[in-house]
Design a binder for this molecule. Structure first.
Ligand SMILES: Cc1cc2nc3c(=O)[nH]c(=O)nc-3n(C[C@H](O)[C@H](O)[C@H](O)COP(=O)(O)OP(=O)(O)OC[C@H]3O[C@@H](n4cnc5c(N)ncnc54)[C@H](O)[C@@H]3O)c2cc1C
Length: 479
């Protein structure tokens, strides 16, 4: 029984961190209890899936072995691509019997080194488990395989039933719904539609011994018949089971989605909090997302992704914080009135330097891209030290300022390129990012465990939504 719940990934093993030697010490040696892949194992998988769904070519394996940030790289010799739950079950049963370690992989957009092998685990990719199983129009419940790409699902349910997915994130074009569930992804609209813990109505999960648990047969909103086992798998990052199917409640696609970008007036983060409070008061039930980014984030998307700051020079030079407030409603005209009223209130209170309301789809997309493409922009700096922290809202930006101060106090200002803060303000979720041209021991030493200690002292969580993966695994006790 114990074996059935063993971790999928070896606890002690190694990963080739491309640059960060410090992190490599996290995983010093491969757990010798796990078997090494043999020719007869290869033959088994080829018999089961066919040669084309067993990737063993070194070049083709590169993308399965390397994470999105290009900071973690495993050394898997085999990636396999099941199409059905029964194939997945056969694979896991076999690996269990042979004691072969595996690494579940969805869209490989995870940011904490959890989606790639640590050593030579077999990558089991959900790429081809991408079928829609059912869309129940009446109850707005979508059932699908776990490898469906989030954006494809959103487009499908919009066309078929005028619905939308209850989550949205910058990686939507690549991440899989199974990966989203495994990480309990938050994203841009958690403020409005809540966490996946509430929206997932059923899961199909294959345990490490091949046994299938299925709660997708009764995808109902209310079910109090005993323990809600599926909750255990949401956010468990592939350590308890392999998610093969998902039933999810999808809200109605709003008739109107509107957006305002506010250039905040004032140097202090208190202004941003006041802007948020005003948004809650004035936009109230139609507020669907509230994001903030600091001046340095805006500079990063300009420098690295060529996205122009839409405000004029005078404002962009003065502005320290930007906020994006999005509304979902059934009436465009009244939403726009509310947004205008919201901005008037900001002006009255001296909180806004200027605001831009998206007037059409392309402006809407552009304004969102300023926020959504920060992560991608930062990768172009070189090395990215990435932190995803939950904090009480009034403490959020103190952490960014204290980190900068720490660099200054330790004469490390020249070593790093940027230290920036942005994130899901409405959820108290700060993305603190530091970049440098190449990995630097000194910067790393100044950041960890300082940031985790700071977070603990301020009653936060060291992983708001990205999960622990490999990078944060040893710091779980700080939250
Ligand atoms: C540009 C960008 C923006 C992002 N924005 C956000 C954001 O706003 N909010 C947020 O929460 N995250 C965000 N992320 C992080 C990432 O996209 C999410 O964690 C996403 O949910 C991962 O999905 P995936 O399919 O890529 O999973 P992967 O990266 O492939 O895997 C993530 C983890 O889940 C496990 N896993 C994957 N599939 C399964 C499965 N079927 N069964 C069991 N375990 C599985 C993997 O082993 C790994 O531990 C962002 C990433 C990028 C690159």
């Amino acid at each position: 029984m114990n074996r059935c719940f063993k971790l999928f990934k070896p606890i002690q093993s190694h990963i080739l961190f491309l640059q960060n030697k410090n992190l490599a010490t996290l995983v010093e040696r491969r757990n010798p209890n796990y078997a090494i892949l043999t020719d007869s194992d290869f033959a088994f998988f080829e018999r089961l899936l066919g040669k084309e769904r067993c990737v063993d070519d070194t070049n083709a394996l590169e993308s399965y072995n390397t994470d999105w940030l290009k900071m973690c790289r495993g050394n898997s010799k085999l990636a396999i691509l099941p199409k059905t739950t029964s194939e997945l079950s056969e694979i896991l049963k076999y690996c269990h019997e042979k004691n072969l370690a595996v690494c579940p992989q969805g869209g490989n957009t995870g940011l904490v080194g959890g989606s790639v092998p640590v050593y030579d685990e077999i990558v089991i990719s959900t790429k081809l488990m991408n079928k829609i199983i059912n869309l129940d129009n009446e109850s707005s419940i979508l059932s699908c395989q776990s490898g469906c790409i989030l954006q494809n699902l959103d487009e499908y349910i919009r066309e078929k039933a005028g619905l939308t997915m209850p989550l949205d994130l910058g990686a939507k074009g690549s991440c899989h719904i199974g990966g989203n569930v495994s990480t309990n992804a938050g994203g841009l609209r958690l403020l409005r539609y809540g966490s996946l813990k509430g929206n997932i109505l059923g899961l199909e999960v294959v345990l490490s011994n091949g046994e299938v648990l299925n709660s997708m047969n009764t995808p109902v909103r209310k079910d109090n018949t005993g323990y809600d086992l599926k909750q255990l798998f949401i956010g468990s990052e592939g350590t308890l089971g392999f998610i093969s199917g998902v039933s999810i409640l999808c809200p109605q696609k709003p008739k109107a989605a509107n957006l305002i970008l506010v250039a905040c007036d004032g140097n202090s983060f208190k202004t941003v909090i006041e802007v948020f409070k005003t948004a809650r008061q004035e936009l109230n039930e139609i507020l669907s997302a509230f994001e903030f980014m600091d001046r340095e984030s805006m500079i990063a998307v300009k420098e690295n992704s060529n996205l122009e700051n839409p405000f004029d020079k005078e404002i962009s030079e003065k502005c320290n914080f930007y906020c994006l407030a999005e509304t979902h409603s059934s009436d465009e005209e009244s939403a726009i009135k509310k947004i205008e009223n919201f901005y008037s209130k900001l002006s009255e209170k001296g909180l806004g330097l200027n605001g831009i309301i998206a007037e059409n789809k392309s402006q809407f997309k552009f304004l969102w891209s300023l926020r959504e493409r920060i992560a991608e922009s930062l990768t172009r700096d070189g090395y990215n030290y990435k932190y995803d922290i939950s904090l009480p809202i009034n403490k959020m930006y103190d952490l960014v300022m204290d980190t900068r101060k720490r660099f200054k106090d330790n004469n490390a200002e020249k070593e790093f390129r940027r230290c920036i803060g942005y994130g899901h303000l409405g959820d108290g979720n700060l993305h603190l990012n530091v970049t440098s041209t190449t990995y630097d021991d000194k910067i790393f030493g100044l950041l960890e465990p300082f940031l985790f200690e700071w977070t603990k002292a301020n009653n936060g969580s060291i992983s708001a939504e990205h999960g622990l993966g490999l990078k944060k695994r040893n710091y779980i006790y700080y939250s």
